[in-house]
Design a binder for this molecule. Structure first.
Ligand code: 13P
Length: 282
């Protein structure tokens, strides 16, 4: 399984996790055809990424491309994702990030196409976990401009909508990044239904403070960039950009890498189970 420093997933596990996250991304309808891409940081200067042009539902572990953070290919016969610049720029901007998922989930991408960020205080779970999901301005897919626009936004949060394109989420491991993608698509679904039914009733500032107090009391940290637009306060969108900042004004902690060993054990168990199931189906 290889050496595990406690910060990076062992390569074989990272490969299996990318395969599984790709499969889940495709089966959940978060991408169509060959859309989307996934990467995992497996060393100080090493990243594993999905190859370009393949359906992420059917990627094999040996098809992944190994690269340095500066974009030099180390291993792999296929070309890396066309969005590799965006992934690498995110790792540069956020040294605590260990995995990046890019997808086009239809409802949150609908919000991105309509130019509407998911940054209001509407759901307690999102206030407690993701906070605000801002919108990065449009830039052509695969370009350095897109990489810069996303990296600028991701400095302050763990999920970003890409105007007229899709969404990006980051995490301390590939499953955490995937779960954030699930969460923003769920939030977008609920927000859309609320809008069809007359519009979201925002949580009040007091309610958000109470949620934050419960979160603090349970020993968890608040999301890096809390949603700030409550029922009784409005914040200009510019406030959603900038350094990672908690609602209480303290700097946001990095992802808790101390949890990484536990998470990797769970990952390992999941991946082994999946492989066994797949073998049994043959
Ligand atoms: P790749 O197959 O090159 O990763 O591109 C898919 C995509 O969604 C581009 O935005």
């Amino acid at each position: 399984m290889g050496e595990y420093s406690g910060r990076f997933l062992p390569e074989s596990l990272a490969r299996a996790a990318i395969v599984e996250v790709g499969r889940r991304t495709y089966l959940r309808g978060f991408v169509a055809a060959n859309d989307g891409n996934i990467s995992v940081r497996i060393g100080d200067d090493l990243v594993l990424a999905t190859p370009t042009g393949r359906s992420k539902g059917f990627i094999r572990a040996d098809e992944l491309v190994k690269m340095t953070l500066s974009g030099r290919k180390i291993e792999g016969t296929l070309a890396p994702s066309s969005e590799i610049k965006m992934h690498l720029k995110i790792y540069e901007a956020r040294p605590d990030v260990m995995a990046v998922v890019h997808a086009h989930p239809p409802i949150c991408t609908g919000f991105a196409v309509a130019g509407i960020p998911l940054d209001k205080c509407v759901l307690a779970e999102v206030v407690m976990t993701l906070g605000a999901v801002p919108l990065a301005e449009f830039a052509v897919p695969s370009t350095q401009e897109l990489a810069e626009a996303v990296a600028e936004r991701i400095r302050g949060c763990d999920a970003v909508l890409l105007a007229n394109h899709g969404a990006v989420t980051v995490g301390p491991n590939p499953f955490a990044a995937h779960y954030s993608m699930e969460r923003i698509e769920h939030l977008a679904n609920i927000s859309l239904v609320a809008r069809l039914l007359g519009g979201e009733k925002l949580l009040t500032k007091r309610q958000v403070e109470e949620i934050a107090e419960v979160q603090r009391a349970s020993g968890s940290s608040l999301p890096p960039l809390a949603c700030k637009t409550c029922a009784d306060s409005t914040c200009p969108p510019e406030e959603l950009v900038g350094p990672r900042e908690r609602r209480d004004g303290q700097p946001a902690p990095d992802f808790d890498v101390a949890l990484a060993p536990m998470v990797s054990e769970q990952l390992l168990a999941q991946v082994v189970r999946v492989l066994k199931e797949e073998l049994a189906e043959l």
